[in-house]
Ligand binder design. Structure first.
Ligand code: NAD
Length: 433
């Protein structure tokens, strides 16, 4: 696929300068550059892969409940449109910025590539604190954002899904706003929506289920029985809570869990069903009476079989990486490990299941949802789960055998499969005009 250009050099005119102030974007770029070197990707193709195809920044004015007006910054970045419509979540978080969204959109491209899905990568975000917004404010924010990005979204152009701080209800508002604009019900404009609106059975659980498939496969390879394994999970939102549940169903003891307000620990194993019930009644995870509080940073360094970051980026870093005591690092969140930490972990015995493989179950079932909406037919949850299992296990095994064959890390192997697929498509399609 190659020429002999020097991949380590930065683009001279850096079309990426608007994104590069973000450490997360630089992290995504440096990963791409190391894969490009390994695969000897043509420099022109590398340049095209390094730059998001399209990025939109919008200001989103919202009438707040107290009558005042607040303006939020919103972003939608489409990294690649080569393989089909772009696909990716919408994040509501107070630290969202353009560079982070661009990095996440790039990772989505590689993820769709690994899973062989007919999508490019995209991501969106609004800089806000969703916990401080009322339902009405969130609805107005979501509808106005949808209106602002209307010209670049569409079922064949760009399809959103939930991410941190957004959920099925957010997708329902987007679907309704878009449908009102085009004049007919258009469920295929988003995935991860409520079942009543054309959502897919098993979508909400899909990411956590995919994470668990990967963990069980890694345990099998390491010869560890699930009943002898323990897990520590950072984050108790969609991905974290479902992963805890699936791990518990499979006999793995979850000994510590955190969320943004605190962390809890019980070496005998936390009763996940009881915790879920406790939290669903509006209680804080940190107040769960059947476990002890623990420092969230220290929690990451507990002795355990599997550590599952399922919240934010860059939480495994230079300071804590040398002190991890897990056997498996299952990256349920996107970008949880910094490149510096990655280097430390690569020189240890920790078995890494990289994010773009580990959490790919979500976009995979989003693809099933999109296909069902377009064809106007319904799959049963059994069909969804068995197809998810088939695609996840195939992807896991392809990544694992490449890593073993080439003697490279799981991350590099996963990135190679994802990047190579898109690079090949770009070569075949050629460059317009
Ligand atoms: P969510 O909003 O449902 O949950 C996020 C959780 O992280 C919450 O429990 C929150 O309290 C916790 N959290 C926030 N800051 C924290 C901190 N400093 N320390 C510990 N916990 C903290 O989000 P989600 O959908 O579960 O997404 C979590 C991660 O998984 C993100 O990186 C997201 O991009 C990734 N992901 C999500 C999906 C999906 O289908 N939802 C798919 C693929 C990847």
């Amino acid at each position: 696929m190659a020429n002999n250009d020097d991949h380590s050099s930065k683009n001279q005119h850096s079309p990426n300068s608007v994104f590069e102030s973000s450490a997360t974007f630089r992290m995504a770029l440096s990963q791409l550059e190391s894969v490009a070197t390994l695969l000897k990707i043509d420099l022109g193709i590398l340049q095209r892969l390094s730059v998001p195809k399209r990025a939109m920044i919008v200001s989103v004015p919202v009438r707040m409940d107290d009558g005042s007006t607040q303006v939020f910054n919103g972003y939608r970045v489409q990294h690649s449109l080569t393989s089909g419509p772009s696909k990716g979540g919408l994040r509501y978080h107070h630290k969202v910025d353009l560079g982070e969204v661009a990095a996440l959109s790039m990772w989505m491209s590689w993820k769709c590539g690994i899973m062989n899905l007919p999508f490019g990568g995209a991501k969106g975000g609004i800089n806000c604190d969703p916990a401080s917004l009322s339902m009405g404010e969130k609805e107005r924010l979501t509808r106005r954002f949808t209106e602002e990005v209307l010209s670049i979204i569409g079922p064949r152009m760009d399809v959103m899904a939930p991410d941190m701080g957004t959920d099925e209800q957010t997708m329902a508002w987007i679907m309704d706003t878009y449908s009102m604009k085009v004049g007919y019900a258009c469920p295929e404009i988003v995935t991860g929506k409520p079942i009543e609106l054309g959502g897919c059975l098993g979508r909400r659980e899909a990411t956590g289920r995919g994470v668990t498939v990967c963990i069980l496969e890694a345990l099998k390879e390491l010869g560890i029985k699930p009943s002898n394994a323990t897990a520590v999970v950072q984050g108790f939102g969609n991905v974290g809570a479902i992963t805890c549940n699936e791990l518990a169903i499979n006999g793995i003891k979850v000994i510590a869990i955190s969320d943004r307000y605190g962390a809890i620990h019980d070496p005998k194993g936390i009763d996940i069903a009881a915790l879920q019930e406790f939290v669903s009644k509006g209680n804080m995870l940190k107040d769960f009476p059947k476990a002890s509080p623990i420092n969230p940073e220290e929690m990451l360094m507990l002795n355990c079989t599997v550590l599952v970051p399922a919240a934010l980026e860059r939480v495994i870093h230079l300071e804590n990486a040398p002190h991890l005591k897990c056997k498996i690092l299952a990256e349920a969140a996107n970008g949880p490990t910094t490149p510096e930490a990655d280097e430390i972990i690569n020189n240890s015995d920790i078995y890494v299941i990289p994010d773009i493989l580990c959490n790919a179950g979500g976009v995979t079932v989003s693809y099933f949802e999109w296909v069902q909406d377009i064809q106007q037919l319904l799959w049963s949850e059994e069909q969804v789960n068995s197809k998810l299992y088939e695609l996840m296990i195939n992807a896991f095994r392809r990544v694992r055998s490449l890593a073993l064959e080439k003697k490279i890390s799981m991350r590099l192997a996963a990135l190679s499969l994802g990047v190579e697929k898109i690079a090949r498509e770009k070569i075949k399609r050629g460059l317009f005009p």
